[in-house]
Design a protein around this ligand. Structure first.
Ligand code: PBG
Length: 321
């Protein structure tokens, strides 16, 4: 036998030498859920070890992330009030806007990305403005999304991440941000976002499940992969700074296709359902903790440069040993 691949697996040192994919702490973005009120740090039932934080409780969390070397967060707000137009989403005194300022006060170096969407803020739970017939009105929604993005930028967000899946939103937002003087605020586009059942735990955490129907008229059909390239291309043309595929673990093939076709940094969102499934399996002793690193690493191996994951702390602890 001339070729024996097992030679390069013979010792831990050789395996370390030839390893192709390594997760870095800087690849990771940690999601944070903020709520109105005081003295709240409550574990989210659908997301073990992930919490709802009131602003006064953010300091310890940000310090913990700092100690772990995590310098990126993505913020999700849960407002007290909802209405058909999601007004709280673009209120300069809204929960996310206040949270951005608070985090920057605690740690000016923490890189803050915000989720730009309306579903947590609308009374009907859809990601945009509804027509009388209950269809999400694409073009009407663009102005609202732009207002939200500008309001987040005003509060000090480093990046805005639109997750609504309306057509033309990246261009609308880019123009709005630039007109308001925020040409340095980057857009991380949820370019390829599927109408996935793996968002269930998030919707419980954020109170954002649609009150009727589903999101299939704007989020993508899980069966489609060519369409991912169309969405990614439009975002590139419209001025996105980063592309995203979401979810991650059931869409590794899509991550690879987008990576092979576009040069912008590629983000993958390891979503709530993927997290809770694995976390519970580890907690129950069905899987060893190593399964967590393996799963998140596979997202990077598939082609993601950056990973949004509720596992960020687990991974950081593992990397730091
Ligand atoms: C808002 C939004 C969702 C997620 C991120 N932003 C939910 C949805 O589209 O229904 C899901 C994240 C996760 O499941 O972890 N539109």
């Amino acid at each position: 036998m001339l070729r024996r691949p097992r030679r390069l697996r013979a010792s831990s040192a050789i395996r370390d030498l030839v390893r192709e994919t390594v997760l870095n702490i800087n690849d990771l973005i940690y999601p944070i859920f903020v709520v109105e009120g005081e003295n709240i740090k409550e574990e989210i039932p659908s997301l073990p070890e992930v919490y709802h934080f009131s602003l006064d409780k953010l300091e310890d969390e940000i310090k913990e992330l700092n100690e772990l070397g995590i310098q990126h967060v993505i913020l999700f707000g849960i407002p007290d009030e909802k209405d058909p137009f999601g007004k709280e989403a673009y209120n300069d005194e809204g929960i996310v806007q206040k949270a951005i300022r608070k985090i920057k006060e605690i740690d000016p170096n923490m890189c803050v990305t915000t989720d730009v969407c309306m579903c947590q803020y609308t009374s009907h739970g859809h990601c945009g403005i509804l027509t009388e017939k209950g269809y999400v009105d694409n073009d009407e929604t663009l102005g609202y999304l732009t207002k939200i993005a500008v309001s987040h930028a005003k509060a000090g967000a480093d990046m805005v991440a639109p997750s609504d899946m309306m057509d033309g939103r990246i261009q609308a937002m880019r123009e709005g941000l630039d007109a308001a003087g925020f040409e340095t605020v980057a857009i991380m586009s949820y370019s390829v976002k599927y109408a996935s059942s793996f968002y269930g735990p998030f919707r419980d955490a954020a109170g954002s499940a649609p009150s009727f129907g589903d999101r299939k008229t704007y989020q993508m059909d899980p069966a489609n992969s060519n369409e991912a390239l169309i969405e990614a291309e439009l975002d590139v043309l419209e001025g996105a700074d980063m592309l995203m595929v979401k979810p991650a673990l059931s869409y590794l093939d899509v991550i690879r296709r987008v990576k092979d076709n576009f040069d912008l940094p590629l983000v993958a969102y390891n979503v709530s359902g993927e997290y809770s499934m694995l976390k519970l399996a580890v907690k129950e002793g069905l899987l060893s903790e190593d399964a967590i690193y393996e799963a998140v690493m596979s997202i990077k191996r598939a082609g993601a440069d950056i990973i949004i994951t509720y596992f960020a702390k687990d991974i950081a602890k593992k990397i730091r040993g």
